[in-house]
Design a protein around this ligand. Structure first.
Ligand code: HEC
Length: 149
């Protein structure tokens, strides 16, 4: 049922509106407290762009906490190694973990990358904006899906 809501919302969202309200979050539905099934942009992301955004210290900065199969010296181990993550989690589960991992574990160290409320110590120029855009989330989801064991 909740999934139906998401389909209706995304079907009604005209392209012009998403441009005009670029700072607003795209509506999405969480299913079974574990998945976001619909792409936030309505289309698949670009895995090559996703790899860059994940490695970029000013964007995803995933390497601060995760080992990924990317050439980079400094890789953190606060979170699990993401090699083979696509063999453990499916697309909809990866999307939820990027959008807001606090839904699964309120104590997690991992930032909610697509959320504007409940954030602490937000930089002035980032107020009201998620850390990543909907397109960057989809690109990173597409990249993570290539990490199969
Ligand atoms: C500040 C540290 C931190 C950052 C930055 C971070 N994560 Fe995480 N991540 C974690 C932790 C810790 C977990 C373990 C889950 C938990 O804490 O509940 C996790 C879990 C995950 C999982 C689930 C893995 C599994 O095997 O269950 C994925 C996927 C993931 N992170 C992807 C990313 C991506 C992609 C980025 C960058 C966009 C990122 N994370 C940035 C700390 C981080």
């Amino acid at each position: 049922m909740r999934r139906l809501g998401a389909i209706i919302v995304s079907a009604m969202l005209p392209v012009a509106a998403s441009v005009a309200f670029a700072d607003e979050l795209v509506k999405f539905a969480v299913v079974d407290d574990n998945e976001i099934r619909e792409s936030l942009t309505g289309k698949p992301g670009n895995p090559e762009e996703g790899r860059k955004a994940a490695a970029n210290r000013g964007l995803g900065n995933c390497l601060a906490c995760h080992v990924m199969p990317i050439k980079e010296d400094l890789q953190g181990d606060v979170g699990p190694d993401l090699k083979g993550v696509a063999s453990r989690l499916k697309e909809s589960e990866l999307r939820l973990r990027l959008v807001n991992p606090k839904l699964l574990n309120p104590q997690t160290a991992m930032p909610a990358f697509y959320r504007t409320d409940g954030l602490n110590r937000v930089r002035k120029d980032m107020e009201g904006k998620p850390i990543l855009t909907a397109a960057q989330i989809e690109d990173i989801v597409a990249y993570l899906l290539t990490l199969k064991e």
